[in-house]
Design a protein around this ligand. Sequence first.
Ligand code: 13P
Length: 338
Amino acid sequence: MMEENIQNIAKKIVEDGKGILAADESTNTIKKRFDSIKVESNEKTRCNYRDTLFSTPNISKYISGVILFEETFFQKNLDNQLLKKKLENIECYPGIKIDQGLEEMSENTIETYTKGIETLNERLQPFVENGAKFTKWRAVINIGKDIPTDSCIKKNSLLLADYALVSQKNKLVPIVEPEVIMEGSHNLDTCYEITKRTLDEVFESLSKKNVDLKGMLLKPNMIVPGKESKEDLDAKKISEKTLDCLIKTVPKEVPGIVFLSGGLDSINATMLLNEINKINKSPWKLSFSYGRALQEDALKMWAGKNENKDTVQNTFLHRAKMNSLACHGKWNASLENE
Ligand code: 13P
């Protein structure tokens, strides 16, 4: 058997049209998701919901890794089985969201940096000891009047590089996530310009710290207009601009780029990934690490009821399969009615 090291784990995660399920919503975020379907969020409901997703038959045909929140990593289901173990049993890598959320840069701004670097090495240990294979750290870059500032981009890039290095020293693949967020009335060209500025800075920091680029994955946003902008989603322009931005900023050593969905609905997230892969001639595998876009349909079907399990799993499997086809550029809208 091939030895497992960060370089071949990173490669394997994005192989064969597979991608990542981001199921690492913090307690606050999952509460918001459950509020939307009028289900109370408590340890038991969170466990039932995630257990239902992870138990989906054949899911590892399309999903190679799952990002977990701390609670889930050590959680057992009603049959006293560790959820993490269930993933391992189907050869799906368990990963851990290891940042500690966002803190405002200063009093009068919405700009943030990501917390948790000081205690990172120590906090990683229980996950290393219990078989985590990768980690995630999310930085947020807002677009607005006079923002982002250079200092915000710089600080978040340095933190991402520090995080990536500490992860790799612990033999974990870092998923470096600098998210330029969709909220705002900016147009697509502004998203391009800010994402390019951010990725340039991120890779400068990563290379200064000697992060092993072959042993990491990048999790960026696609280049899209802001949610409140009047611009339509133009698939051709989005795919061209996204690829152009990545080609200008991401070194070829990086084995894979796994997009976040960032508030795109599930069909658009699949359709855009497909468009990007149709024209992709780049050296990287371009795949997905979606949270909302993989889960929103399944979450609605679940509605807090275990008797909906089969429908939830069929819905989730379908979404994962559609995104896997999109990794090969082989998705089309008619497949949605399968
Ligand atoms: P979305 O796909 O819902 O943006 O979530 C991905 C993620 O992991 C955010 O950190």
